[in-house]
Design a protein around this ligand. Sequence first.
Ligand code: ZN
Length: 451
Amino acid sequence: MSVHSRRENINLADMIDITEAGRAMHVFATELYPICRSITGNGIRSTLGRIGEQIPLILHEVPSGTAVFDWTVPNEWNIRDAYVANANGERVIDIRRHNLHILSYSTPIHARMPLAELKQHLFTLPDQPDLIPYRTSYYQENWGFCLTHNQLMGLTDGEYEIVIDSTLAPGSLTYAECFLPGATEDEVLISCHACHPSLANDNLSGIVLATWLAQLLGQSERRYSYRFVFIPGTIGSITWLARNEAHVGRIKHGLVLTCLGDPGHTTYKRSRQSTAEIDRVVEHVLRHTGTAYAIKDFFPYGYDERQYCSPGFNLPVGCLMRTPHGRFAEYHTSADNLDLVRPEALADSLAKLIAIVQVLEQNRTYRNLNPMCEPQLGKRGLYGAIGGQIDAKSYQLALLWVLNYSDGEHALIDIAERSGMPFATIAHAATALQSAGLLTEDVQSIEWSAR
Ligand code: ZN
């Protein structure tokens, strides 16, 4: 089997300057920020085009009206201009100033009406009077504008001209995939939504993290195949699952990436399976970072993990984020901007993501070839053979843990968890024991887990 092809352990973290990556991701987020994205249309299409300049990407267009499980791919929405002008012809609400001003999926209109009538189509946040809310009306035809509450209070009575130059018509839903084949057909799925307009943490942070991880993995040897999907939220994952139902068995691990650029600590939401390998790996990595983090059990709300973890699929897909949606004051407002998202937070999220992938790549199940009492390590040069920065005492202890629990039943992540030692120390010990002929990869357990 091809899973045996690689023995040496590549250290992904050594391949990248993480601080510089944080800065570069923020620059890319800044480029994508002004684009008026929605679940369909030219905004998401051009966003995917820009991502495609960074990584190999295949765009998929799914026609409006296509049935996807209980849903239907909606009409395509495009917006060219939208404003409200006062009696003097001055644009008092103007999409050119901020694309959150338009209710996403607004139908076209050109009309005049008094303020009282217009107000039925205006959305504000009275509790956050300086912020523009983000509102959508995907599945119920409507038109509207979003503005700050202070702006609304400043509007005088009188007649206003309303212009929304949009189209809502049959077209297609656009999503994109970056597939990086590995030594096995087993896949790691990385998914992020790309349908929010000028919102930085909720949307762009996940996009730039996925892009940078794909770039890095594209340059390294891979045991797993990696599939990155950039999709509109909800309808995108439903569409993707409907089109890929026959292949989802290949997905062995998965993560939804979102809200990864704010200064809060990392949060991991478990898959619905709750003890899948991805769940144990992420929790292990976070426990050993030495910084604050939070673990949440699965709940059927949030992002696209809802679809991947719907009972008919129940895929091992968790959600990696920093501050969860709805828990930061800037969420779904104009304050979710490029100041909220920090280069150092993006860098920290990328470092954790890389550490997670590193463990997935190296987590294997071995069998001790000398299980009758402890083998004599000294005569094989294993005592004192210290690798890297790992101190001698914990390294020797790691050798004993790996030997004792490599019975075909325990993978390296199990041994790391049981011993309380970092995965890297355990993996390093396993490599040394294998080189000394004391350990062999347990093919049976691999075939079993691949079923
Ligand atoms: Zn959102």
